[in-house]
Ligand binder design. Structure first.
Ligand code: NAI
Ligand code: MG
Length: 360
């Protein structure tokens, strides 16, 4: 029987607390389903700097390269804030994403009915929102050459270059179609093809690939219009795919409409490797207090089960267990509202495991 090997990088701050919760849920799910998970831990971030002198030690990288998937907590904290940028905990994250050649970042934006009042949108607008933003990670204006500040006619000029190769676009677009096939089969491609040639190429490639995915309905939106529609009709989206810079902005816009940072998972996928982590950081202000919300990390493992291991039944069991636990009224302090049951990290994890047992 298959054994799924997971590299576990807990990191700093609340990282160890929330990752431990997620591992407890996975272990229980393994027992219930008969699927075997193997966890092997590596150091990353500030703790790796303290113990090994660098944010991504070679042995951690090797561990990740031979694992089937990577689960990461969060890195960073005030202790390391005075180090130069090249030596900071966050550098470990950038290095690992690059080493694993992760090119598609998936950020779900789901509004849970029991938490709907946390959304800054009107309830009738927010209700039913459940979409994923897929942001290309390796190209675009962040990496294109030439770049820099130059002198032209005695005046300074700043230059960045928006650049995408056909292959870079195609691989992320294919990934997006595949994700859409596992969901409600609707893909929105976002560009600015009314003014940018790069976007014209992007749109052409989406049209070419569409022929390979006849079951997926495709919509094209200009990025400025998409930014408006996300707050006007968020529940109409299923999968949104876009380039690096538009995705940077739209994924944060999408995150905010859910109203709860502690609930947001993410996946970064490449051809061979994948990394799963909550969207939030290491929350040093609450680290060690036992009150961190573990749900973003638990939902990140659900994404791992779906996208790395193709274990759809297990993935949706975790998601339904989280939903049921919220319906029962359990809340960590960050999502608490009056009349609910206030719990810490451990109790929330217990409650989710109980829900999982009920629905399995
Ligand atoms: P943050 O996301 O760590 O925290 C922002 C606020 O949200 C804080 O008040 C925090 O207590 C709260 N929060 C975050 N996650 C929570 C959870 N699971 N449960 C309950 N409350 C939660 O962002 P911040 O404060 O800007 O950064 C703190 C550190 O984390 C910095 O060193 C930063 O560089 C690092 N960071 C790391 C990231 C990563 O590892 N991927 C991403 C973002 C920041
Ligand atoms: Mg951003």
């Amino acid at each position: 029987m298959a054994v799924y090997k997971i590299a576990v990088l807990k990191g700093d701050g609340i990282g160890p607390e929330i990752v431990n919760s997620a591992l407890r849920v996975l272990k229980r799910l393994g027992e219930l389903s008969g699927v075997s998970f193997e966890f092997e831990e590596g150091l990353i971030g500030g703790i790796a700097i303290d113990q090994k002198g660098e944010p991504l030690p070679q042995e951690t990288l090797e561990l990740c390269l031979k694992a089937d998937a990577v689960l990461l907590g969060a890195v960073g904290g005030p202790k390391w804030d005075n180090l130069p940028t090249s030596k900071r905990p966050e550098k470990g994250l950038l290095q690992i994403r690059k080493a694993l050649d992760l090119y598609a970042n998936l950020r779900p934006a789901k509004v849970y009915e029991p938490l709907i009042s946390a959304s800054p949108l009107k309830e009738e607008v927010a209700r039913g929102t459940d979409f994923i933003v897929i942001r290309e990670l390796t190209g675009d204006v962040y990496y294109g050459e030439p770049r820099g500040i130059f002198i032209e006619n005695g005046k300074r000029v700043g230059i960045n270059t928006m650049k995408y190769t056909e292959d870079e676009i195609r691989r992320v677009v294919k990934k997006a179609f595949e994700v859409a096939l596992k969901r409600r089969k609707k893909l929105t491609s976002v560009d600015k093809s009314n003014v940018l040639e790069v976007s014209g190429l992007w749109r052409d490639i989406v049209e070419e690939e569409k022929k390979n995915y006849p079951d997926v309905e495709v919509e094209h939106l200009y990025v400025d219009n998409c930014a408006m529609q996300i707050v006007r009709r968020p529940s109409s989206f299923d999968v949104i795919v876009t380039g690096n810079i538009f995705g940077d902005i739209l994924s944060d816009e999408a995150a905010v409409i859910t109203g709860s940072l502690g609930m947001l998972p993410s996946a970064s996928l490449g051809e061979k490797y994948a990394l799963y982590e909550p969207v939030h950081g290491s929350a040093p202000d609450i680290a060690g207090k036992g009150i961190a919300n573990p749900i973003a990390t638990i939902l990140s493992t659900a994404m791992m089960l779906r996208y790395s291991f193709n274990l759809e039944r297990l993935a949706s069991a975790i998601e339904r267990a989280v939903e049921l636990t919220l319906q029962k009224g359990y809340r960590t302090p960050d999502i608490y509202s009056e009349g609910c049951i206030k719990v810490g990290t451990e109790q929330m994890t217990d409650a989710i495991i109980n829900s999982l047992e009920e629905i399995w």
